[in-house]
Design a protein. Structure first.
Length: 385
């Protein structure tokens, strides 16, 4: 019996080649799909593990900004600006002269104050001399009183003796009358000496009061002189800190009044970040925790910091018009609490007011808190009694 043998397909046969190509393509797609699925699963697993170990403990907010102690310089005296030593955005150092205010009117006032002091001191010296002369009169009045008392004592004794002699006719009546007159004269002289001493002492008290008045006037003149000297020092405006000049309002030749803003010094160091976290993010935050800072102005760079402090109240409590929720209409809004964060590196690259994204790592505190939690009781205390 004759059999028909079919030859195997040849590799050069176009029909046979078309039959094997779909099989190879399907296998290659299946491998690619499996590899992609495995990659997705691995990525999801890694992301889940990272979230479980790290991400769920990190509190993040983009409501954060760089802060700094900007120093606003204002004029303490009125006058025209005679010299302007700086310009906008210029770096300055602490103690550097920024501008000068015309001090000629104050120097004229200073000369007048010096003249007033000299006049008061001259009057004080004159009064001191008068006071010394009056003191000499007081000192001289005391011996005169002693002499008057001695004469009064002698006149009294003579009067007594002559009166006794006149009664026994041993002395004339005229001598007795002279003794009485001498006694009255001595008594009047004593009273006059005592009155003179009292008047001299009262005049000395008056001179002492006048001296105190002149001293007060002299002190007032000295205080006025010192105030003018202080105002003179205020005409020279110096930089209180290192920083950059910004928001300059001072112009050469312009007139400034007391309290007028001249310019602002923005610090380049001693900056911080104020991050406004939601109230439900604060349960695991405390001072000292590490913070990662991402600044919009520095893409691709992460700076390190740590929490310095947490505000004692929400930001709404410090607003000009705090919300009043007892009016009948209430909509609950999650409040935010300012958190002060230090910048531990490269603070000189930042500017106050820049936007920041802050991420606080709370792992250590939350792990300690979870470890300290005791299991819930299975029975109510006292139920078996």
């Amino acid at each position: 019996m004759n059999q028909v043998v079919t030859p195997p397909p040849s590799a050069t046969d176009p029909v046979a080649g078309n039959l094997t190509t779909p099989v190879r393509k399907n296998g290659r797609k299946r491998v690619m799909v499996l590899a992609l699925a495995a990659g997705i699963v691995a990525t999801a697993g890694y992301a889940g593990q990272h979230w479980w170990q790290v991400g769920r403990f990190v509190e993040t907010t983009d409501d954060a900004y760089v802060g700094g102690e900007n120093v606003v310089l204002a004029s303490r005296v009125a006058g025209f600006i005679s010299a302007l030593e700086v310009t906008d955005n210029q770096h300055v150092q602490a103690g550097q002269v920024l501008l000068r205010i015309d001090d000629r009117p104050l120097r004229i006032s200073l000369e007048g104050a010096e003249a007033d002091i000299a006049k008061e001191e001259a009057a004080l010296l004159q009064l001191q001399a008068e006071q010394a002369r009056q003191q000499a009169e007081v000192d001289a009045a005391a011996p005169r009183i002693d002499a008057a008392r001695a004469r009064l004592l002698l006149a009294g004794q003579d009067n007594k003796r002559y009166r006794a002699l006149a009664s026994s006719s041993a002395a004339s009546v005229q001598d007795a009358q002279r003794a009485v007159a001498s006694l009255a004269t001595a008594k009047a002289e004593q009273e006059q000496a005592e009155a003179a001493l009292m008047a001299a002492r009262r005049q000395l008290d008056v001179l002492s009061a006048q001296r105190r008045q002149l001293q007060a006037a002299r002190d007032a003149a000295v205080a006025e002189r010192d105030k003018i000297q202080l105002d003179l020092s205020y005409t020279l405006i110096r930089a209180p800190i290192d920083g950059v000049v910004g928001n300059r309002a001072a112009r050469l030749g312009g007139y400034t009044t007391v309290g007028s803003r001249l310019l602002t010094i923005v610090p380049r160091t001693r900056l911080w970040v104020d991050a406004n976290y939601k109230e439900d993010q604060l349960h695991a935050m405390q001072a000292g925790q590490a913070v990662s800072l991402t600044v919009d102005a520095l893409p691709g760079h992460t700076l390190r910091g740590h929490i310095l402090s947490i505000a004692p109240a929400t930001g709404s409590q410090f607003s000009l018009l705090p919300a009043e929720n007892a009016t009948g209409n209430f909509t609950k809004i999650v409040q935010r609490v300012p958190v002060r964060i230090s910048i531990d590196e490269h603070a000189e690259l930042l500017r106050p007011g820049m936007s920041v994204t802050a991420a606080v790592d709370t792992r250590e505190l939350q792990v300690e808190t979870l470890a300290q939690l005791s299991p819930l009781p299975t029975t109510v205390p006292g139920a078996g009694q």
